[in-house]
Design a protein. Structure first.
Length: 353
């Protein structure tokens, strides 16, 4: 099992420590460092900075939002980051959501999966340094009847094939991810309910005549290290993740279109998902956080001592996870670096190094 680190969004108050965290992950042998974007900092700029400040760790977009860039612009950015980092870039993509796509980018959130398939087809073609010619439902290159001509990417990526990941939650998007991507970026993944995500991924792989062998199953997993595995310490650790969980389950998207709420319901937390969303949309964020079941947090995060985390990592590996992308909780550099070191020790203790 490999370990990754997710820096999340730049600009939320932890920026001064983020580079130190990335450098510590690099020193500890972490596989990849991811950065996110929504409608604040962009991931490409952050990743170029991280790449310049590290030596071995890969840098990855988790995610570049498809509505934010044309497919050829994304190919240009991926090739440039791969070249500047010495072949350390991983391209993570996602359709975003209706509120951001339409409210921030002015891009209609219609047929997102068909758009995603076409988008990736153009990226693959551009990164292979073919002349890009495409006639589809969402993009036509070059535009007909004008001066444009089919062009070829002038930048040479270091690797012949840059690893491409898709962030997916719904069954249809998971199946598409298995069919056309090299890896999956997941969230709210519970090892004891792995089939919710892995069964559609396998179905997609089968469409391409493949299995999950060589495919990177890479969920994002929060981690909070405790002094003991007593009930009080575990509850306190879970409390540090309540706001995060409530934001996604209750506040990401509309009442009709919230992908995170849907996965929570599929996991068996229908009543809690309804209550969290109702309170969050009523701007009762405290109440929404209080409504998050500790069982939901414990099943989708790593909380506890090194021994407990080692046991949980075995469960992730047994479920088919190949990379665990950690988001350390805590508001100090010491807490976050302790989580990084504890995870490495736990992987070794679990016999997964």
């Amino acid at each position: 099992m490999r370990l990754g680190i997710n820096l999340g969004y730049w600009g939320i108050g932890l920026d001064a420590d983020n580079i130190t965290v990335a450098q510590e992950a690099d020193r500890l042998g972490y596989s990849v460092c991811w950065a996110a974007e929504a409608y604040g900092s962009d991931a490409a700029t952050v990743l170029s900075y991280v790449a310049a400040k590290t030596e071995r760790i890969d840098v990855g977009s988790a995610i570049f939002q498809i509505p934010a860039r044309t497919p050829t612009m994304t190919a240009m950015t991926a090739a440039t980051l791969d070249a500047l980092s010495g072949g350390r870039f991983r391209l993570g993509l996602g359709v975003s959501g209706p509120q951001v796509s339409e409210g921030w980018y002015g891009v209609k959130f219609d047929k997102p999966l068909a758009r995603q398939r076409e988008y990736i087809e153009i990226i693959r073609k551009a990164l292979s340094r073919e002349r890009v010619s495409h006639q589809g439902d969402h993009w036509t290159l070059p535009l007909p009847g004008g001066p444009g001509k089919a062009l070829k990417l002038t930048v040479h990526p270091v690797r012949e094939r840059i690893p491409l990941y898709i962030a997916a939650i719904g069954p249809k998007n998971l199946e598409l991810t298995g069919e056309i991507a090299d890896g999956w970026l997941g969230i709210f993944f519970a090892p004891d309910q792995a089939g919710l995500s892995l069964d559609p991924l396998r179905a997609g792989r089968a469409k391409s005549g493949l299995t999950l062998d060589g495919f990177d199953v890479a969920p994002n997993v929060p981690i909070a290290v405790t002094a003991t595995d007593g009930e009080a310490d575990l509850a306190a650790a879970a409390d540090t993740l309540r706001d995060f969980t409530a934001l996604y389950v209750g506040g990401m998207g509309s009442k009709e279109q919230n992908f995170y709420n849907r996965i929570t319901r599929r996991m068996g937390f229908e009543q809690a998902a309804d209550e969290i969303q109702e309170k969050y949309m009523a701007r009762d964020k405290v109440g929404a956080a209080a409504a998050v079941p500790q069982q939901l947090i414990d099943s989708t995060a790593l909380i506890g001592t090194r021994d407990r985390i080692a046991d949980r990592l075995r469960a992730y590996a047994d479920a088919g996870v190949t990379t665990v992308n950690l988001t350390p909780t805590g508001f100090t550099l010491e807490e976050r670096t302790l989580a990084l070191r504890t995870a490495v020790e736990a992987v070794e203790q679990a016999g997964l190094a």
